[in-house]
Design a protein around this ligand. Sequence first.
Ligand code: 0RA
Length: 651
Amino acid sequence: MAEELDKQQSSNYTAHNIQVLEGLEAVRKRPAMYIGDISEKGLHHLVYEVVDNSIDEALAGYCTHIEVFINEDNSITVQDNGRGIPVDMHEKEKKSALEVVMTVLHAGGKFDKGSYKVSGGLHGVGVSCVNALSTHMKTEVFRGGKIYQQEYSCGKPLYPVKEVGTTELRGTRQTFTPDGSIFTETVYKYDILAARLRELAFLNKGLRISLTDRREKDEDGSYKHDTFYSEEGLKEFVRYINTNREPLIPDVIYLNTEKQGIPIEVAIMYNTSYNENIHSYVNNINTIEGGTHLAGFRRAITRTLKKYADDNKYLEKAKVEISSEDFREGLTAVISIKVAEPQFEGQTKTKLGNNEVMGAVDQAVGEALSYYLEEHPKEAKMIVNKVILAATARIAARKARETVQKKNPLGSVSLPGKLADCSSRNAEECELFLVEGDSAGGSAKSGRNRKYQAILPLRGKILNVEKAMWHKAFESDEVNNIIQALGIRFGMNPENEREANLEKLRYHKVIIMTDADVDGSHIDTLIMTLFFRYMPEVIQQGHLYIAMPPLYCCKKGKAEKYCYNDAEKDEFVAQNGGTSGMDIQRYKGLGEMNAEDLWETTMNPETRRLKQVTIENATDADYIFSMLMGEDVGPRREFIEKNAKYANVDA
Ligand code: 0RA
C-alpha cells in the first residue's frame, strides 16, 4: 500500500519541478564555475561542501559529531547529529524544505534567519551543487522521532520526501556518488580527506569528526579509521604544526575573544627555526594569500614586541636596527576569525579584503601578547633576544650581498653560467629542467628541444632551507642559480611580507628531473621545500612539476615499451605471453639513458609524464615539509617510501 502511494506520487511529480532543474542544469554544464575544478580537487571539494553544512549546525550549537565514510563504491556518506534538515512544507515553493535545500542553488542558509553561514566551503555553493554533480544522492533526516528520506539522480528528485520509519536518532545522513562523466577522477584519497577533517576539528574545538574507509579491511577485519577531536582548538593546532620543530619556549600564547563583533582565535608559538609560519583562516577557509586579518596580526606582533623591548631598554643595548620581519623569525601561529560578509580577493580568492578586520585583530593580539610578556619576563627576554639575533644576521647578510653586487654592477644579475638556456623568450612556452648530476645534465642538453627547453644541472648539495637562516639561501650557489635562472626577485610587499614577482618568471614550467631512487626523491623534496618556503606562488600558480622517468624498458621480439610503473610492466608482460625471452631493463638513474631515450621518455611533451606539484592543504604541507626536512630521519624514509615516484620498486 505504501509502495503504491509512492509510485503515484512519483508519477505526477515532475511538473512542478521544472524551474528547479534549470538551476542545477547550469551546474552540470559548467561544474568548474561552481566547485573550482573537475579533477581530484573538485571531487574532494564535494565532501567539504556537505561537511560544511554539518559544521554550520555545530557552530549553531546543535551538533557534536560528524561521521564521514568512504564507501566501497567510492560514494561518500556524511552523517551528523544535528537537528536534521527541516522537512516541513515550504510555503512559496510548495514542497518540502528538504527538497528546496537539495535542489535550489544557494538555498542552504535560507532557513537560518538569525545567524550567518560562517563555515562555507571555499566556493560556498551549497549541497545542491553536490547533488547536481552526483549520479545518485540520498538524504535521510532523523527528526521528531521519524525518518524521512528523498533520493535524487543528477540533482532531480526521484520521489517527494517520504516518511520511512521511526527513530531515536537525530540528525542528517547524506550519501552521494560523484558523476564519473563529469569528474576526471572519481577515486577518493583517504589522506586528502583526513588532512582537511583534522584541520576542521582543530578549527572547531569540541566537535568530533570521524573518517572511515570502507573500501579496504586490514588484517584484523577493521576499516581504516580516524577520529579527529580537539579539546583546546588552536592551542593544540599550533602544537601539532610545531611537532617537528624545537620550541624556543614551551608556552602557547593563546587568545579567544570577540572584537567589534568579530570572533577571533589566535595561537602563537616561538621555535628555534628561522622561518615564519602563519596559517590564517576565515570562516574555516585557509586564506593562503593572507589579507587584512594577517596584516593586523603582524602589525600587533611588531608593535607590541618593539614596545616591550623599548620599555625594558633591550634595544638600546643591542644597537641594531630591527626590521619588522625580525620579529617573526621562528614564529608559528594560527589565526582563525569569523566574518559575516567576507570579501575574498586575489589570484585564488583566498585573500581577505574586509578593512574593519585589521584593527580588530591588531587590538586583540596586542592585548593578549603584552599581557603575556608582562607576566612572563624570562620568556619575553628569550623572544627579544631571538629578534635581536635575527636582525644581526640579516644585516650581516645584507653587507655580504652588497659586496657581491659591487662586483656585479648595476644589479643586472646575469644568468648562471651552467644554464643552457632556450632560444624562445615567450615564457609561456618555455620550460626549465632542474637536472640532478652532470651526466644526466649532458644528455638533457643534447636531447632537448633548444627552442623552448632550458637545462640547469645541479651539482652541489641543495641547501635545506628548513634548517638554514633565511639569508643563507642567497649565499648558496645552487639556490642562487635557480633563482637567477627563473628571473624572479624577492621583495617586501606593502604588508611587509616576502613576495616573489611572478610576472618576471622566465619559464612557465619548472621541471625537477632526478633519478628514480632514494637520493633522487630526497633532491626532489629539497627543491620542493625551497619553492614551498621561498616562492610558494610558483607552486600555487601551477608552475612546478616533477618529471617522471620510466622505470623499465621491456622488449620481446619486435614489441618494445617504456613502462612508468609496475602495473604497466605487468600489463606488458601479460600481453606478450609472460617473461620468458623478455628483456626487462630497469632504469636506476637518468644517466643510464642516452640523449634520444631521455627526450623520448621524459622530456618530449607528446610522450612524457609530468607530475604537477600542488598544495592541497597548506597546513598539511607545512607539517609534511617540516617533518621531511627536520632532524628525525625515520618519518622521512617512511614518507619517501610511500610517496616517491619509484614507490613500488624496491630500492
Ligand atoms: C536549517 C534549519 C535547521 C537545520 C538545518 C538547517 C540543518 C541543515 C543541515 C545540513 C546538514 N546537516 C544539517 N543539519 C541541520 C533546523 C531548524 C529547526 O529545527 O528549527
